[in-house]
Design a protein around this ligand. Structure first.
Ligand code: 3PG
Length: 307
């Protein structure tokens, strides 16, 4: 009997766990739950006899893979898989997958929650501004970026987009305005929404220079990864430009300093919650369970990311 470990420091909604269990029960697999663990030792113990793991942002590094002697597959229920050591997975012959698109609407909706909160001065009663007719620049036009574009249209915003891997022509065909570079996106957008993955190329790429290029009153909203931000650079730029605001769903390492120095111009959610909806949890969790069954039963590797 295959044993599937669901290891989530930040648990799925109960309905999602129920759905995952149903999928695995139907395949006659055993579901083992490790939720809200705070100690890596608990994960190391739990993976020891797992054939498969479903995770969220949980770290699966060489030590975890070493401890998982039976492991064949890890599915990251979500989009970004920077929390999995792919090289170590390759060495252990472990297949790694993600579930692209399954939680992207939830993240996109949070962008607008954070934006409305920011432009209405955190609901302090003072006159704020509207999103209508503002230019939103979307950095990385994948599943989340495209959902942000769709919703932005509903707000009556003008949508600009840049993605190193999506041709300008395709962005145009989708009805949005492509720009030629990240710098141009920051120059032309009243609001920049970040959706790039954390990779060696994007690490600390949102820096002092880019922030300084924004038009007056510019807002940056980050629902992607903290690793793509040059935290010192963004703080320095915002100290020089007192009109710029920054809202993030991923608390920076210098959160205390940002709060102290930037006051109301800076905001972070206490815990990353872009994908924290019942719908996104169910979509991503069930997709992960189904992918594991399809992998074992049919050899389906469609969503493999460590090719
Ligand atoms: C993702 O990459 O799918 C999102 O960042 C969501 O991450 P989470 O599952 O840790 O909330």
């Amino acid at each position: 009997m295959k044993r599937v470990l669901v290891a989530t420091e930040k648990p799925f909604a109960a309905a999602a766990v129920k759905g995952i269990k149903e999928v695995l029960d139907n395949a006659k697999y055993e579901t083992v739950l490790l939720e809200k663990y705070t100690d890596k030792a608990d994960l190391l113990k739990a993976v020891a006899n797992a054939d498969a793991i479903i995770i969220r942002s949980d770290k699966v590094d060489a030590e975890v893979l070493d401890a998982a002697k039976n492991l064949k597959i890890v599915v990251r229920a979500g989009a970004g898989y920077d929390n999995v050591d792919l090289e170590a997975a390759n060495k252990h012959n472990v297949c790694v997958m993600n579930t692209p698109g399954q939680n992207s609407n939830a993240v996109a909706e949070l962008v607008f929650g954070m934006l409305v909160f920011a432009v209405r001065n955190r609901f302090n009663g003072k006159a704020g501004s509207e999103l209508k007719d503002k230019k939103i620049g979307i950095l990385a036009f994948g599943n989340v970026g495209r959902n942000v574009a769709r919703i932005a249209k509903g707000f009556g915003m003008e949508v600009l987009a840049y993605d190193a891997f999506v041709p300008a022509e395709s962005i145009k065909e989708m009805g949005f305005t492509p720009v030629a570079s990240v710098a141009e996106l920051f120059e032309k957008s009243d609001i920049v929404s970040l959706h790039a993955p954390a990779t060696p190329e994007t690490r600390k790429s949102i820096n002092y220079e880019l922030v300084g290029k924004m038009p007056k009153g510019g807002i940056i909203v980050n629902t992607a990864r903290k690793e793509i931000i040059d935290e010192e650079g963004i703080l320095k730029a915002m100290m020089e430009r007192e009109d710029i605001r920054y809202a993030t769903d991923i608390m920076p390492d210098n959160h205390a300093e940002m709060t102290e120095k930037l006051g109301d111009r800076y905001f972070s959610t206490p815990k990353k919650m872009g994908a924290q909806t019942a719908e996104a949890n169910s979509n991503a969790g069930l997709a992960a369970a189904n992918q594991i069954v399809a992998y074992f039963e049919k050899g389906d590797e469609r969503f493999r990311v460590n090719k």
